[in-house]
Design a protein around this ligand. Sequence first.
Ligand code: ZN
Length: 240
Amino acid sequence: MKSFSTTLLCLEDSYLKETEAEVVKKGENYVVLDKTVFYPKGGGQPSDVGEIYKNGNAFRVVNVEKREGGVFHFIDGEFDLEVGDKVVCRIEWNRRYKLMRMHTAAHVLASVFFKDYNAKITGNQLDVESSRFDFNLPNFSRELVEKAIEKANSLIKEGKEVKVYWLKREEALKDKEVVKLAKAFPPSLDYLRIVEIVGVDKQADGGTHVKNTKEIGEIKLVKLKNKGKDNKRLYFSLSP
Ligand SMILES: [Zn+2]
């Protein structure tokens, strides 16, 4: 069987809301396209939702996943799409933009925790209403977390530029900032995608981000959870 890979346009341009594409594979409840604006879930960022259009008919995409053979767009209900069809795919932009703001905010906050408190981020899950991250920090207090958020917000307000570019693996690994997370990336990748919040944070990352931290707004602490001696969890939202 022929195998396909889907070009992920969102990795080059996070602000792209729609594109024309061709159906290259279909299953009972999904289609694979030759290229897409949808972000497939991964790296703590949920997938986009949206629509695939053909001849004026809209089919609802409810989940998107990267699997062997390309990016699978799971469709709710019956759909009339065949291999070879030319379609238009469009994401639900309000949701995606919120996730972009959340993702960049999470990087700024994680960087403050790491640089100022030597805390290690052990996991994160972004979402539209609130996002959470887990971190490892022995001397932990609500006051400390509030201080970290305050610092993150002042960096955000400064309007830091966010740059996305690809670096050759060997080159990227020479950079101390990138190295702290690069181990998580499979050695098969020749190039790493770098997301740099200028003057704040730099890491290998596959998510979608805003172009300037000003777009984030303000981080609000929602709640804190003590999940054991070294394991803390925090939830934050964004305003507006
Ligand atoms: Zn990220």
